[in-house]
Write a protein that binds this ligand. Structure first.
Ligand code: 5MM
Length: 342
């Protein structure tokens, strides 16, 4: 695939009024979410749940691309269609998570490094044949006493850049996801400082590894206070801190920015994305949208609870969150949208 096609794919992923759906939970993560709802943790139940998501009528009106996990891209929907093909039929671009998860970083207690570069070029070729058009790699940065260290940030930034270069070479648009976790008691300013340092390191490495920014999507965390910080900022404060940090550290050439939700309540994630698009629309050089997993899926998963009879109601809940975030991406989200129409 040539660079023009990669850029076109990145633009299609950032289509107006749409965002990305992360449905790429690894088996341990998916199983943990199923276990909390007493859903059997089997390949068939994971397949049935992903079928529910992909077959939601109208999803393609709000979702431009969906990130699959390796197990799912090899499975079929209830009607025997491969998931990547079913997504294409729904006008959703299929993507694939290609990292192999975060592990302890040797010599850096409490910090992690994401693995998966070995054999990546071969896997990319296989995923392209299966219909994938973009990829995702998530690095995890923890804020705590004395961390993150420069060693951890640099190692993860380097891996992200090598991953991105390999994907572009093989024909996939890379989503680069350096996630600064919400866990901890740090305040908003500390999250802003760490996120800035991480983004700076990531774009340094993307430059060194000759990654084409126009064919790259950044998936960052929003700038938030830690979950146990007593001083929780308001919606506008989060929006301003986040966009200020991005404007200072993300080159204008980047194809787009699509946030992870990181465990925020679904409505908070929508309100904060909306505030950014309302308050900063005229200043941002890139489209700003969502690539949420939990903030789109959680209400639907709770309703489904593993029961076939609950599929239509769960699909309605999923579509509702997708629509709310589509509105937020356009700066048109209002809390009234959350009230059921009587
Ligand atoms: C941070 O997680 C990503 C976005 O999800 P949220 O919106 O829920 O924060 C998500 O794409 C994540 O990378 C996948 O769910 C895979 O995670 P695991 O932990 O299974 O590798």
């Amino acid at each position: 695939m040539n660079n023009d096609e990669l850029v076109k794919t990145a633009q299609a992923m950032m289509a107006s009024g749409k965002g990305l759906l992360a449905m790429d939970e690894s088996n341990p993560t998916c199983n943990r979410r199923f276990a909390a709802l007493n859903i059997p943790q089997t390949p068939e139940m994971r397949r049935a749940y992903r079928d529910l998501i992909v077959m939601t009528p109208g999803l393609g009106d709000c979702i431009s691309g969906a990130i699959l996990f390796d197990e799912t891209i090899r499975q079929k929907t209830n009607n025997g269609t491969e998931f990547a093909e079913a997504l294409q039929q729904a006008h959703i671009i299929p993507g694939i998570k290609v990292d192999l998860g975060a592990r302890e970083l040797a010599a850096f207690p409490g910090e992690k490094i994401t693995e998966g570069l070995d054999g990546l070029a071969t896997r990319v070729r296989e995923y392209v044949k299966m219909g994938a058009r973009f990829a995702k790699w998530r690095a995890v940065i923890t804020i705590g006493n004395g961390i993150p260290t420069a060693g951890c940030i640099d190692a993860n930034a380097h891996m992200l850049a090598r991953y991105a270069a390999i994907c572009q070479d093989g024909g996939l648009v890379p989503i680069v996801e350096p996630e600064v976790l919400m866990d901890g008691s740090h305040d908003l300013a500390r999250c802003a400082a760490v996120t800035a340092e991480v983004l700076h390191a990531v774009f340094d490495q993307l430059y060194l590894q000759r990654v084409i920014l126009e064919a790259t999507i950044l998936k960052p965390n929003m700038v938030l206070a830690g979950l146990s910080c007593p001083d929780q900022p308001g919606v506008d404060q989060v929006a301003d801190a986040t966009v200020t940090c991005l404007l200072r550290n993300v080159p204008a050439a980047v194809g787009g920015i699509a946030f992870l939700s990181g465990g925020q309540p679904a409505q908070s994630a929508s309100s904060r994305l909306n505030a950014m698009n309302v308050r900063w629309a005229s200043k941002m050089p890139w489209p700003l949208t969502f690539s949420f997993s939990r903030a789109i899926q959680k209400p639907a998963l709770d309703i489904w609870a593993g029961k076939e009879a609950n599929v239509p109601a769960a699909q309605q809940a999923l579509l509702h969150r997708a629509r709310c975030n589509s509105q937020a991406r356009q700066g048109r989200y209002k809390p009234e949208l959350e009230k059921p129409v009587l």
